[in-house]
Design a protein around this ligand. Structure first.
Ligand code: NI
Length: 246
């Protein structure tokens, strides 16, 4: 069940059965020469809709909120097309979304995340929310799909070191599965991108001139993307159900 495609009486009825909600969150940032700028939002959205499909097959219901498509992407700003929220803005966005839904009776907020840069601000938002709440009702979880054990295992099996750290093969594959019409065929050189520590956006571009870190995303296929999506949906769907008991 999608919040955006529901009516308020339907949401009221849903709340009688469950007070949990999944909130996909990503970013709008460069993902190398063949990765889509929307990758980090496209992946959790696709996983969330697969969780929804699996849950509905079991004759149950789950509610998916509209995705938060902008994230904290300051370090990608030297690449055209990237849009960033400041960390403080993202903290406020996450807090306002949770506070609004909590006012209607939601208690369990499962942020299905596609972007590493969101982790510090979103977890800071959780701490602010816990500090503000009266009572002990709120439960917030940030689930980073690409860090799931089943996902990292499959990525290691398929790509080894070439999976990389940004514009990874698995995320590009998953985005291609979600949008096969947007698959890009672009030669990449070097085959595997460099890896290093980085500081600001200018430093990032100097060290990783085409935007990739350590990855070889020309290996990405729609077929592998489907495997990542199904695997992540099974694992995170299970994780969400456990979280509802917290
Ligand atoms: Ni990404």
């Amino acid at each position: 069940m999608q919040l955006a495609l529901s009516t308020w009486p339907e949401v009221e009825r849903y709340l009688q059965a469950s007070t949990g909600i999944i909130i996909p969150i990503g970013s709008t940032e460069q993902h190398g020469p063949n990765g889509l700028i929307g990758t980090d939002a496209i992946c959790p959205l696709k996983i969330a809709s697969e969780i929804e499909r699996q849950v509905e097959q079991a004759d149950a219901d789950v509610l998916i909120a509209p995705s938060i498509n902008y994230g904290m992407s300051q370090h990608h700003m030297a690449f055209t097309g990237t849009v960033t929220l400041r960390p403080t803005t993202l903290i406020q966005v996450a807090m306002d979304v949770v506070t609004s839904l909590a006012q209607h009776g939601f208690t369990h907020f499962y942020f299905l995340n596609g972007h590493g840069g969101n982790i510090p601000p979103v977890t800071a938002a959780f701490s602010e929310l816990y500090a503000q709440q009266t009572g002990n009702k709120l439960r917030c979880r940030l689930a980073n799909w690409w860090r799931n054990d089943a996902v990292t295992k499959l990525a290691a099996e398929l790509y080894g070191e070439a999976e990389g750290h940004h514009a990874t093969v698995s995320e590009v594959a998953l985005s291609y599965y979600a949008h096969p019409e947007a698959v890009k065929d672009v030669p990449l050189s070097p085959e595997i991108a460099p890896t290093a520590e980085f500081y600001d956006a200018t430093d990032f571009r100097q060290k990783f001139p085409d935007g990739r870190i350590g990855s070889s995303p020309q290996l990405a296929t729609v077929e592998a993307g489907e495997r990542f999506c199904k695997l992540a949906a099974e694992a995170l769907g299970e994780d969400y159900r456990r979280f509802l008991d917290a």
